[in-house]
Structure formats: structure tokens, C-alpha cells
Design a protein around this ligand. Sequence first.
Ligand code: PRP
Length: 178
Amino acid sequence: MHNDIKEILFTKQEIDLMVHRIASQINEEFEGEELIAVVILKGSMMFAADLVRCLTVNVKLDFLQASSYGSGTQSSGVINIKKDIDSDISGKNVLLIEDIIDSGNTLSLLKKEMQSRGAKTVKIASLLSKPDRRVVNVEVEYIGTEIPDEFVVGYGLDMDEKYRQMDYIGILKPEVYM
Ligand code: PRP
């Protein structure tokens, strides 16, 4: 375990189970249909890579980067689309893939944006959710698990770009970010 980690929240094996469960739900719901999976960079890269490999429905991949300003532990509520998708999503089923929903600002805005571009459906898959932090109500169709309001890193999740490479999700020691 990394020295900056206080406690492992989910092991690789536990994450795998969540990913497979979500994939089964999506495979069932979209059987025979096509899906445009929008990977929301950078945090969801690990989850997205594992999830799409478990999908049996036809998937096209696209990428979008929308980040909140600042490098601290709090989402600002102001987001900026730094890299947009290339696909025309008009009339298509869109699946937004996120690592975590916190305030809900990012997914709320992105869902509306995809809807305004004429997507047939816009669904959200988020591995983690922090319900205690929600500011904007947004429906998340596929969710791995809810977590308490702790600073979690690993499996794509970072603090100042660090810890993304860990294959487990851990709680950061407070002294690391205080
Ligand atoms: C994180 C996460 C979500 C967002 C969730 O991204 O990946 O996109 O914050 O927060 P919200 O619900 O309060 O909007 P971040 O901006 O840290 O960028 P990253 O994915 O590149 O780490």
C-alpha cells in the first residue's frame, strides 16, 4: 500500500465486481443497440477501459475533458470543457462514464449538453458517488457504490495528478492534503 494512504477502501477485486455488475446492467438494457461511450477524462480512464471491455453491445468510444478549476480537494462548481467529443451524437444513445460524482455539477452540465446536441438517450455510469456532497440533483443510472465524504484516490482518481496509477481505491491520509 502507498505510504500516503490511510486505508484501502476498495481492492482491485472489489472494483472488478462493481465493474462487471454495471456492465451486465448496460448489456441488458442496450442489447441490440449501439452506444457512444463518452469517457470523461482523466479520472474515469481506468473505469472506462475496464467497463467497455466487459460490454457486449456495440460501443463507439469518444473522449471529453471537463474539469473544475483549481487543484484542491473541492469542486468549484464551475466547469470548463477543455476537450470536446468528435462524434455527432444526434439520435444516438450516449453513456457518460465517470469515476466519481461529487457535487453533481460536472455530470449535470454534461448531461444537459449531450441532450441539447440531440442525443436519443443520455445515461450515466459512475463508479463512485458521494451523496453527502451533492449540490445538484442528477440521476445516475449505473452506479458502483456510494462512499462517505473522504478524499479518495487511485484507479484513476488523483490528488494533483498523483495516485491515478494505483489499482485499488484508498483514502488519503489527511496530512497529505492539509
Ligand atoms: C472529478 C471527477 C468528476 C468531477 C466530479 O474530476 O472525475 O469529473 O470531479 O465532481 P463534481 O460532481 O463536483 O462535478 P476532476 O475535475 O478532478 O478532473 P480529473 O477527472 O481529470 O481528475
